[in-house]
Design a protein. Sequence first.
Length: 333
Amino acid sequence: MKETLYITGSGRLSRKDRTLRFDREGDDRPRYVPIERIQDILIFGEVELNKRFLEFMTQHLIPIHFFNRYGHYVGTYYPREHYSSGHLLLRQVMHYLDDERRLALARKFVAGSLFHLQQVLRYYIRRGHSAIEPLAEEIAGHQARLEELTRVPQLMQAEGQAWEAYYRAMDAILDGTEFAFVRRSRRPPHNALNALLSFANTLLYTAILSEIYKTHLDPRIGYLHETNFRRFTLHLDVAEVFKPILADRLVIRLVQKQQIQPKHFTATLGGIYLTEEGRKIVLQAWEERMKATFHHRPLKRNVSYRRLLRLELYKLEKHFLGDAEYVPFRARW
């Protein structure tokens, strides 16, 4: 199974025959990774690389995601499109330009998100957090009215209100720990829990973007998130379905098991950020989560969570081509 390569230190990336070589600053022993083992690369350190290396990545269809010293996503080296399909691109555009089709697809992304918000809360309600039941019911109320909403901004507003209730529930779930939301803040995050969640979400976004590259989909065309001139958007749409069960559950588990502690954060530039040690802990837990498998009922076999992301994209391809209506994944616990 191919895996993600995380570069957290500074140094130089280069090609050595059919192997990737990383020379880390202050270490005389280079690290070698066979190119066949790598599906994408996430770079957090100050790393030097050259055109020959990028040609090597293009040859093997490996995207590279770059982050700044605070763990914020900077951009992606997206190799030449290999699975591009003019027909599917036209179908994606048609679904975006048709207000009714776009609204229907955006509603599905929000419905998938709110379903999983409730699933996460029900999981903790069954484990003794009965005080959050009214918040789960509040989210259910937002989900019940999605069919009545006739514009994409209305859907985003309803989803935002559901997430606000969810964050209040998360504070109750983590009561007794040293972490609390207070309120959602992103750039910069104003406390440790916000920093942790933002980082986990970013890992999910880049994982989906890497998987999109292995399909015929164009990542620039989003439906819930406005397509614009500045960035990819389709991966943000798909991430809505999976953030509660992948990013949020990971964050809660790391805090409850005290794998992440206040010492793993630092205050700088008016915000709170994970230290390098803290990022390594999250990255290791994230990779373990992506490799973990579960029984996929429709397929009647076990699949990894990374494979699950690809399967969701294949469902979108079929939706655009008119083969089968897209139905967002629903986790059953």
